[in-house]
Design a protein around this ligand. Structure first.
Ligand SMILES: C[S@@+](CC[C@H](N)C(=O)[O-])C[C@H]1O[C@@H](n2cnc3c(N)ncnc32)[C@H](O)[C@@H]1O
Length: 214
């Protein structure tokens, strides 16, 4: 299995990743997860910042985290989650799950970091049941050409500093190649971070198509 090891970034993320929670990220995570039910797979949970916000209608979360340090932090966070959370090793390219096992897949801040986003999206579709949901909260390439130019410049060094995070991906277009986007809204976060290359974001729901004749 391919490995993801970013020991420095993992410690940085664990220490400072939560600082945006008090600036509105907590509410965005609640929006991401609102109304989910049944079995959920979360891919790349990091230290488990989504875990406290899963609604009681979720029967089980399987959280797949490849980075060893973050996986151990996620295991700790799972113990106080409001719903059962099992943390597993694995990558977005090869999820430890059978076809059609899950009602929903959840990702936040993931598609910027995977090496092959289209392959990851196909893998999410594989583990989802028909009409299952992909819930996403991701930063994206800006639609403003000037800001997109700034992101292009930042992308020269950002991935090396931030655990492989790319800041100019057209993530929404990639999602819509595999799923039907049902709802999506774009915004900047945090609103005060005017020049941050990860400020342009989207949050939404995409659905796996139902195969004809079923
Ligand atoms: C920026 S962090 C976001 C963490 C968390 N989702 C959140 O919202 O706080 C990106 C996460 O994706 C994980 N990741 C990176 N590449 C991955 C891959 N190929 N498969 C699964 N997870 C991956 C990282 O280890 C990290 O936990």
């Amino acid at each position: 299995m391919a490995q993801v090891k970013n020991p420095l970034f993992a410690r940085y993320f664990d220490r400072y990743g939560a600082r945006n929670e008090d600036r509105g990220n907590r509410e965005l995570r609640r929006e991401l997860l609102a109304g989910l039910s049944g079995r959920v797979m979360e891919v790349g949970p990091g230290s488990g910042l989504n875990f406290p916000h899963y609604p009681a209608s979720v029967s089980e979360v399987v959280a797949v985290e490849p980075e060893p340090y973050l996986r151990s932090r996620a295991q700790e966070a799972a113990m106080s989650a409001p719903v059962p959370v099992r943390v597993a090793d694995g990558t977005a390219a090869q999820l430890p799950a059978a076809n059609g096992e899950f009602d929903a897949v959840v990702i936040s801040g993931l598609l910027c970091s995977v090496t092959d986003a289209p392959a990851a999206l196909s893998e999410f579709s594989r583990v989802l049941r028909q009409a299952g949901q992909l819930r996403f909260y991701e930063h994206v390439r800006s639609r403003d050409p000037l800001f997109a130019l700034l992101q292009r410049f930042a992308n020269l060094f950002w991935p090396r500093l931030m655990g492989g995070c790319h800041v100019q991906r057209q993530t929404l277009a990639a999602i819509s190649e595999v799923f039907t986007i049902e709802f999506c809204r774009g915004f900047r976060f945090p609103p005060s971070a005017v020049l941050s290359p990860v400020a342009p974001r989207v949050i939404g729901i995409a659905r796996k198509a139902v195969a004809p004749g079923t």
